[in-house]
Design a protein around this ligand. Sequence first.
Ligand SMILES: Nc1ncnc2c1ncn2[C@@H]1O[C@H](COP(=O)(O)OP(=O)(O)OP(=O)(O)O)[C@@H](O)[C@H]1O
Length: 295
Amino acid sequence: MITARSLVKDYDGFMALKGISFELQKGEIFGVIGHNGAGKTTLLKIMAGLVKPTSGELSINGVDVIRDPGTLKASLGYLPEESRVYETMTVPDYLRFFGELYGLDLATIRSRQKTLLTALSLEDEGKKIGELSKGMRRKVAIARSLIHDPDLLIYDEPTSGLDPMTSRYISDYLRSLRDQQKTIVMSAHNLFQVEALCDHVMILRRGEIIAFGSMHELREQFGSLTYHLFFSLPPGISLDPIWEAVVEGAGYMTAATDLAAMNRQTEVITAAGGRVERIESHYPSLEEMLVKIGK
Ligand SMILES: Nc1ncnc2c1ncn2[C@@H]1O[C@H](COP(=O)(O)OP(=O)(O)OP(=O)(O)O)[C@@H](O)[C@H]1O
C-alpha cells in the first residue's frame, strides 16, 4: 500500500532524512519512533503530502504523493503534533465545517458527526472547543481527521501530554480503527504504547532507519531473552559477591542470559541450601532495545 524509496529531506544543508526506504501493508498500525530531532515529523509530513522531499519516491495506494499530493487528500486523515482547533466553535459545528471543506453533503456530515461524537465520547459537549480539556481537544482533532472517513491516518504523537486514561482510550480507539481496515502511521515517544499497539515499528536516528520490523523481529534482531531466577536462602547465608543478586521481596532475584547459566546458578543456590522459587522469561522492552541500539 505504501512504498517509500530513498526519501531525502535537506533543510538548507541540514539532512533531516538521509535516504529512507520501506514498505507498509494496508490495515496495520505502524509506529515511527526515535529521539527528538530524529526526523519523525518530517517523514510523517512527507507521507501526508505536506512537505516535499528533496529526492526520493513515495507511492501510497498507487498515487505518486510527491508529484500529486492533492489526490491523496480524500483518503488521508492527518493529525499534526499540535493541532490548532477553532476555539470559539462547538464540536459539532467544527466537524461540520471540516465536512463541508471536504465537500461532503449535509446528511453524510450529520451521520459521520454522530458516529464520531459517540465513538470518541464527545457527544455531551455543548461547550466551545476553547473551554474543553487538553484530552478532549485532542479527541476533537482526531474526530476532525476522520470526518471524511479516510483509509489512511497519519498521526503525529496522538497521545502526547495526555493522562493515562485518555491515552489508553485513544489507543483502544486506534485499535478499533485498525479493525475497520484503516492503516495508521503514528509517531510516539511513549514506547510502551507503541509496543502494545503497533504491528510494525521503525526506529529512526538522525534521519536514518536503524531498525524496522514487527516487535517480534526487532526482539530477534536486537534483544535477547533473559531468565530471572527468584530464590530464597537459609538465614545467615549470602551468595554475594558471587553474583549480582538483588533483594526481591523476602528473597533474591538474579538474571541468566542462557539455560546453561541458569542451571549453574540453580546448582549454586541449591548447594548453599537455598531454593529456586520461580523462573520468569524476560523479553527486552522496546525502551531497552532503543537504549541499546541508540548507543
Ligand atoms: N522547517 C525546517 N527547517 C529546518 N530544519 C528543520 C525544519 N523542520 C525540521 N527541521 C530539523 O530536522 C530535524 C528533524 O526534525 P523533526 O521535527 O522531523 O524531528 P522529530 O523526530 O519529529 O523530533 P521530535 O521528537 O522532537 O518531534 C531536526 O533537527 C529539526 O530541527
